[in-house]
Every structure is written in C-alpha cells, then in structure tokens.
Design a protein around this ligand. Sequence first.
Ligand SMILES: Cc1cc2nc3c(=O)[nH]c(=O)nc-3n(C[C@H](O)[C@H](O)[C@H](O)COP(=O)(O)O)c2cc1C
Ligand code: SF4
Ligand code: SF4
Length: 258
Amino acid sequence: MIFYFSATGNSKYIALKIAAETKEEAIAITDCVKNQKFTFEVKKTERIGFVTPTYFWGLPSIVREFLEKLELRIPDSGCPYLYHVATFGTTTGQVGRMVDEFLKMKGLALNGRFSVQMPDTWTPVFNLTDKEKVEKINRKAEKQIADVAGKIKRELAGDFSRRKVPAFVAQLFYPQYEKARETKHFTAGDSCIGCGLCAKKCPVEAIEMRDGKPVWIKEKCTLCLGCLHRCPKFAIQYGSRTRNHGQYVNPNVKGQEL
Ligand SMILES: Cc1cc2nc3c(=O)[nH]c(=O)nc-3n(C[C@H](O)[C@H](O)[C@H](O)COP(=O)(O)O)c2cc1C
Ligand code: SF4
Ligand code: SF4
C-alpha cells in the first residue's frame, strides 16, 4: 500500500513507479481526506509507503492531517516495512523525520527514508520556464527513482534521504509555511475563462466559483500550487513573482487525476 500526495504529479509519478515495482496499490491522500477514510487493514507481508512533496523543509498540511488520523490495522504477528519518499527541489530539510514522528505516536516507525530530486514547483522563488533544464532534472530523477524502488523492494533499512538540514534549522524555517498558506496571496487575472478546474481540483476545497471567477473561501489552504500550475490559462498567481516563473505538471502523468 502506497499513500501519496501530489499536486503537480512528481510524487504521483514516483508512487506509481514504486507500485509497479512492488505490485502494491497506490492510494491518493487527497481522496482519503475528501472521503474521510483513515482506517486501513494491512496484510502481514505488505510494505507501507508514503510518497510526498517537501514543503518548507517539512510536510504539506494535508499530509499532516492524514497522518494524524491514519489508523493502520496491523496483524499481531510482525510489523510491515514502512518507508517515506520525499520528492523535493533543493532541500528535504526534516520531512522524513516529521513522518516518523507521526508514526511514533502510533507505536510505529519508518524503516526506510528516501528522496528524489524533481523540478521545484515553489515558483514564487524558482523559475521553471527553461524547458530543457526541467527535462534534464526529470531525466536525472529516473536513476534515483530506480535506485529508491530497488531499495524498497529489498526492504533496506536506514536514512537514504539527501539534502537534509539539522532539525533545529528546519524548526526555524517550517513555521513560515503557516503564513505562506494564507490564501490572500492568490489572485485570478482577466485571462480566466471560468472553466472551474481550479475549484474542482483543489485538494482542500479552498476555491469556489462565483460569477464565473474563482474565489478563495478559506483563510488558509495547503499551498500545493496545483491551481496555479494546472490552470489552462495561467490565470492564477501567488504574490508578484510567479508570473514570470512558468507552470509545471510532471509530463508522465499530465492529464491524469492527481
Ligand atoms: C509550498 C511549497 C513549498 C515547497 N518547499 C520545498 C522545500 O522546502 N524544499 C524543496 O526541496 N522543495 C520544496 N518544494 C518543491 C516540491 O517539494 C517539489 O517540487 C515536489 O516534487 C512537488 O511534488 P508534486 O509534483 O507531487 O506536487 C515546495 C513546493 C511547494 C508548492
Ligand atoms: S482554472 Fe484558470 S481559467 Fe479555469 S476557472 Fe480557474 S483560474 Fe479560471
Ligand atoms: S487553493 Fe490552490 S494552492 Fe491552495 S490547496 Fe487549493 S489548489 Fe492548492
């Protein structure tokens, strides 16, 4: 069983690649949260994976909510192999450790921690307009994905994640996510054609269509930037710097439900 959260496809693509390798089912965390399904029966021989993006060197809030509520019904004899794969652009910070902390509250622990570097979808800072550069990052990721999937199949134990920072440094940076999550930073411009895709796809139902335009109805969202990256007209912006930094959806899962 592989639980994944993905707004722009990187984590979904990797979850599907691992699922193909281990012959296990990939389940979208967004669906679990929308359907309020948090209890799962686990088979004795099963591996339990979590594949998530890194946000502000930690976990997206929707993944936090899922992990808080998650209940794994594990057979008495034996504990499954548990792992986390962080997808990230530049720095994983302490994201694996955060997953481990949630599991520890349930008397469980991660056996394997992994990471794969992908295009960085945090476009208030990073620029994704250079298509060749983006393709190069995705090409380079293939080797990392194969390596991670191989280690998971062999149930290797250990922390194999890259680009970490000391816990006390991550603890200083991660709180900035809370302010950044305020939806007042979003705007929809005149190029909006009122298709409603942003509202339909928002994982936390933070957008409503009113008079043919998106309106952010919640004070905070999970800040996945899915609305910005997947808008067919690139009408949504976050602050003043995203306009010149382009849009991105992982080319291998483009057009799929994420
Ligand atoms: C709000 C936000 C914050 C992010 N913070 C980080 C970060 O701290 N470190 C990092 O390396 N990448 C960061 N990223 C980049 C994503 O983790 C990365 O692009 C990921 O692969 C996106 O996954 P997805 O396509 O499955 O949604 C951030 C992206 C977003 C939207
Ligand atoms: S996805 Fe883009 S074009 Fe469609 S309603 Fe939302 S902002 Fe408008
Ligand atoms: S409003 Fe946009 S950025 Fe926020 S959670 Fe919804 S889709 Fe993601």
